[in-house]
Design a protein around this ligand. Sequence first.
Ligand code: ADP
Ligand code: MG
Length: 411
Amino acid sequence: MAVDKVRILVVDDIAETRENIRKLLQFESDVEVVGTARSGKEGIQLAQELDPDVVLMDINMPDIDGITATDTIRKRSPYIQVVILSVQSDQNYMRKAMLAGARDFLTKPPLGDELISAIRRAGEMAHAERAKGAQQQISAVSGSQNVAAGYGSVSKGRVITVYSPKGGTGCTTIAVNLAIALNNEDTRVALVDANLQFGDVAIFVNEQGKNTILELAPRVDELEPDVVEEILINHGASGLRILAAPQRPEMADKISTDQFSKVVQYLQRMYAYVVVDTSHILSDVVLSMFDISDAIVLLTTQEIPSIKNARLFLDLLQTMGVAKERVVFVMNRYDKRIGITPERVSENLKHEISVAVPLDEKIVITAVNRGVPFMLDNKAQPVGRGILSLAEAVRARLTALESEEEASGKR
Ligand SMILES: Nc1ncnc2c1ncn2[C@@H]1O[C@H](COP(=O)(O)OP(=O)(O)O)[C@@H](O)[C@H]1O
Ligand SMILES: [Mg+2]
């Protein structure tokens, strides 16, 4: 961890306020804004994910107000110090804030010096509290391998890799729309394109031409959450964070498997789910994803070659020592007029198809060509409902695996 820098999370629903605070603090070498949140709820979540020293907290916000959020954050992480920033200089608010565990109270807009000295005081307090806590726990915690230093208390996010051994089966379609279905305020999702040569995740969401993995890979050993957030594409319409593939196939070689896998593991510290789209070709990068995946969504269609390849892939996973339970088997482009049913395929491959996502060329192709995933504007249609069932199936599988692992004391 950077030595004794005070790490700050700003929670305020007004973008201008967040920006002003950032500006006020940008030249202070001993403080660093590591994240911003737009509501009490998001603030609580980010406080847990980013583990800041100090939270600058607004009071009036949509969903959860700043006082309740302060209370929750302090209960979960007592060493985090909260400084309330509010237009109300009302005694009553101040009292409530203090009771909720806030350390200081400033009226908006804060003066630069006033703000900085309040942050330094709170930061010192946070560091002291942390040091105390660490000493108490020194014997309890050992050998934890946090990639992101300072992420101490956060549970690891889940990696979900979507794979299809046959081209054109709908891997990218499913990955993008599944990521949207899994993403909400409580479980934020990063979508990663592991098809390094011909990745088209960015095109599916009309965000081509922006940052890619090329910007992140060289810095893999010195990643910080705010650097990562800056490089990931922020897809406004869905709230997804996206790590795009290089823009040209010849650039794929610049990314080593080790770098790629480290980046994905770092994202696991920041997001509840990391959804990975893959190429059909089993590159080393794609293979490395199976090693670190909590769940693998394997796609087939109703076509014999696709089913044959799914079988070969299931065999390969077995050889690799990946547990069968990790595979959520899905039939995409399902057309009930065709006699090869999910049941028959399940029986034939001795692996149950969990979900069938129906064929709907009009919706799916239009969505791709517009760059607007159908889960954003058509999720009530059968194909969208298929994706929702898939998201449920994935969540259920992860929960089941987790309780199994807990029972056997693995994770
Ligand atoms: N459920 C579906 N219904 C209709 N068309 C689909 C469906 N899923 C995918 N497609 C179409 O299939 C084609 C291949 O999809 P894509 O996601 O690019 O596959 P992959 O990534 O496996 O190559 C695209 O034209 C896409 O619109
Ligand atoms: Mg694809």
